[in-house]
Each structure stands twice: as C-alpha cells, then as structure tokens.
Design a protein around this ligand. Structure first.
Ligand SMILES: *Cc1c(COP(=O)(O)O)cnc(C)c1O
Length: 414
C-alpha cells in the first residue's frame, strides 16, 4: 500500500522536485506520471509539449496571462484572516479566497491560461470535459472571453444532476454534448473529449480540468494553478512576518491543492496537508480517497494512485461533493505522498457539511462542499497544534451546492 518503499532515491527526487527538474524528460514525477495513451494521441501530445515549452514561460505569454488574471479573473484573490473560526478552532486560520475568483472557484486560473495557450498554438476550437460542471463553466467563460468556440462533453447522468451548470455553459455560448457511453459521468466524458481531440488535433485544443492526464497536462495545470500558493505565500509573509505552520487544501484530481502547495514545497518548516473525500466510509465504493485507499495504476493516460479492485478494475467512487468524486489523483500528488512531503488525510461527507455551516456562521462565507473538506482537515490539525498559523485554500464558493446544502443542512420546512 505504501509507495514510499518503492522509491529508490527519495532524497534526490525531493531535491529534483524543489529545483524544478520534475517532471523529467519523460513526463515523470519519479515513478508516477508519463504518457500512457493510444499511439494516435502521441503526436498531439508532443505538439502540445513543445508549445508549452515555447510559450508558457515566455514574457509575452506571461504578460498576457497576468493581464487576464488581474482584470477579468480578479486576482490576486484575498487572503482573509478568520478571527471567529480561529477562536473556535484554537489556531490562527487564514483563508486563501479562490471563492472570490471569477466563476466562483480556482478552475478559472487553469481555463483562461490554457485558453490563451490554445490561441497561441493556433487552435480553432476548444473541447473540454466536465463532471459537476464547474470546469465546463470555467472553460465556457474563458472561451467566450477569448473568442474561441467551446464544446463541453458531459455525462448524461451528470447533466441531469447538474442542470443549472448546463444552463450556465449554454448561456456562455458553449455547446454541451451529452455522453451516453460508459459510466455516463466524468470518466466517460474525458474519454469522449480525448476522442474528439484525436479526430482533428491540429485545429482542436483539449482543455483538461485538473492536474491529471498524460504529460504535459499535470505540469501545465500545476504551473497555471501555482499562482494560488505564490500569492498566498507572499500575502501571509506580508501580514504576519513569517511563513505559516501548515497549508491545507482539498484534493480531487488535485489542481487547487497542487497550486496551493507548490510554492511551499521547498519550505521544510511548513507542513502540507491534502484532504481527500472520505465519503460515507472506508469500504469499496464509499469514498473518493485515492491516496488513502488506492494503489498505483493507469487511468486517463497517467500512472498514479488509483481506486481499483483486486483485478485492477476502476472502483465506483462516492462523495457528497461532486468535484472530489474522481477515482485517481494527479501524479505529482502520488510522488509527494510517496516522499512524505505532503500528508494526505480524509474528511467524511457529514463532517464536510458541518464545516460549511461552521464557516458560514463564524465568518459569513459559504464555501463549496469540496473546500469544506479542507476546513475539516484544518480543524483536526489545529486540535493537534494549538495556537499555530494555518493557510487553508478555500477553493470555491458554496452557491453551486445550495440544493445539496438545503436538503442536508436545513431541516425545518421552508
Ligand atoms: C473542481 C473543484 C475541486 C476539485 O478539483 P481539484 O482539481 O482537486 O482542485 C475543488 N474545489 C472546487 C470548488 C471545485 O470546483
């Protein structure tokens, strides 16, 4: 179960990671990552990789991205001290407010960044997948902003469950295509988006929604989300004069967390904690806690921790938060776990729902249920480390979850 034993040179890998030498030339984070895709996808991924190498760090691209982040996304997002929550938890809690980013979550950082890259690479249209619809909405918004047609693949089951987001995407000018194959949810939607991309890889750009997938996507998404941790690190040092004792974020595919963590990985004094969806139990199919209950395997083109049965079949997952409901996790997280640099823990459905209420009542902020998992992790860490300073990545706002919150938390009749 514990992958630490399989790493041959952990100290060197951590040094490589900190020095920016990972992913390596083969797209690997130690044993994890890589490019496990059908032959016909290789040229498209190689083209994307050379495009990323040419543009991502170039001053003109960075200036264009910075302008969009400032004037359209609304960055930098605030780092808010939470005095009443701090008092309740017995530690000093600071919230990195990705809920204040345009479209209500961190996903827009990635969508606008990849949209700009797609335009640089000469793409004529964007395809994206979406599960709960948050990445679909962010992609639709970014494409509208940049004048690119957008097709979003969404499982037929999810379209029913997330009807308001289907409407939002359509109002933003995107075409939403129901996926009726496979499990008719996120997993099948990713397969369908990849198929569309392969059909015309020169004119189409595949805008993936988390730090997952074949190389170079995990690297690209991490670089675009790293703005979260870069800002938070500067903000906390400016506000308190020192680094925090801990940084905590929720982990689905792993994009808000890798973005929040990246700048802090070299700071040995900072404890880093990822919180996965513990769902309703530790049994098969009861959670989406990939690092806690998974084993390495391949899904969607990357080798990473994966929820699978004894035969290697992908397990069904469950979480009250749709955004955490994915059976794998980005490969960089698998390495950070194996190295012991990030500690991964879980928060259950009920604890997360209570944490939504707590933040609402103490600070006047309704977080996304995903983000509330990070708050549960923060409360636990605060109990073990009273008086310390914690930065929590509040990945999104709770408005999208009102239906679930009303059903589960508001008991009295309307
Ligand atoms: C999608 C989503 C997540 C989970 O995705 P990551 O890639 O793990 O960040 C977390 N929080 C919110 C608000 C989301 O919309």
């Amino acid at each position: 179960m514990n992958a630490v034993a399989t790493l041959s040179h952990p100290d060197r890998l951590l040094a490589d990671l900190i020095a920016g030498r990972l992913p390596d030339a083969r797209g690997r984070f130690g044993p994890f990552g890589g490019r496990y895709v059908p032959e016909m996808l290789i040229p498209a991924l190689e083209r994307l990789e050379s495009g990323v190498r040419e543009h991502l760090k170039a001053p003109e691209f960075q200036a264009e991205l910075a302008a969009q982040l400032r004037s359209w996304v609304g960055r930098p997002t605030a780092l808010t001290f939470a005095p009443r929550l701090s008092e309740r938890l017995g530690a000093r809690i600071w919230l990195k407010r990705e809920d204040l980013a345009h479209t209500g979550a961190h996903k827009i950082n990635n969508a606008i960044g990849q949209g700009l890259l797609a335009r640089r690479l000469g793409a004529k249209r964007i395809v994206a997948e979406t599960g709960a619809g948050q990445h679909g909405v962010a992609s639709a918004a970014a494409c509208a902003r940049l004048g690119l047609p957008c097709t979003v693949y969404m499982g037929a089951v999810d379209m029913e469950r997330q009807a308001p987001n289907v409407g939002r995407m359509r109002l933003l000018g995107a075409q939403v295509v129901p996926v009726t194959s496979g499990d008719r949810t996120l997993r099948a939607a990713i397969d369908e988006a990849l198929r569309d991309w392969v059909a015309d890889p020169l004119n189409t750009y595949y805008l993936i929604g988390s730090a997952i997938g074949p190389h170079p996507y995990p690297y690209l998404v991490r670089e675009l989300q790293a703005v979260i941790g870069r800002e938070a690190r500067e903000q906390i040092v400016a506000a308190t004069g020192s680094l925090p004792d801990a940084v905590i974020a929720c982990v689905g595919g792993g994009s808000n967390s890798i973005g929040a963590f990246h700048a802090f990985v070299p700071d040995a004094s900072v404890e880093i904690i990822g919180v996965e969806a513990g769902g309703r139990g530790t049994g098969l199919g009861e959670n989406a806690a990939t690092v806690a209950h998974g084993r390495p395997g391949v899904l969607h083109g990357t080798y990473s921790m994966l929820l699978q049965d004894a035969d290697g079949q992908i397990q069904e997952t469950h979480s009250v938060s749709a955004g955490l409901d994915y059976p794998s996790v980005g490969p960089e997280h698998s390495l950070l776990h194996a190295l012991g640099r990030v500690h991964y823990t879980t928060a259950g459905d009920d604890e997360a729902l209570e944490a939504v209420r707590t933040l609402g009542e103490t600070e006047g902020i309704l977080p996304a249920i995903e983000s509330a998992h990070a708050l549960v992790g923060a409360a636990r860490w605060a109990r073990e480390h009273p008086g310390r300073t914690i930065v929590v990545c509040l990945s999104g706002r709770g408005d999208k979850d009102m239906q679930t919150l009303l059903a589960k938390l508001i008991k009295e009749p309307a």
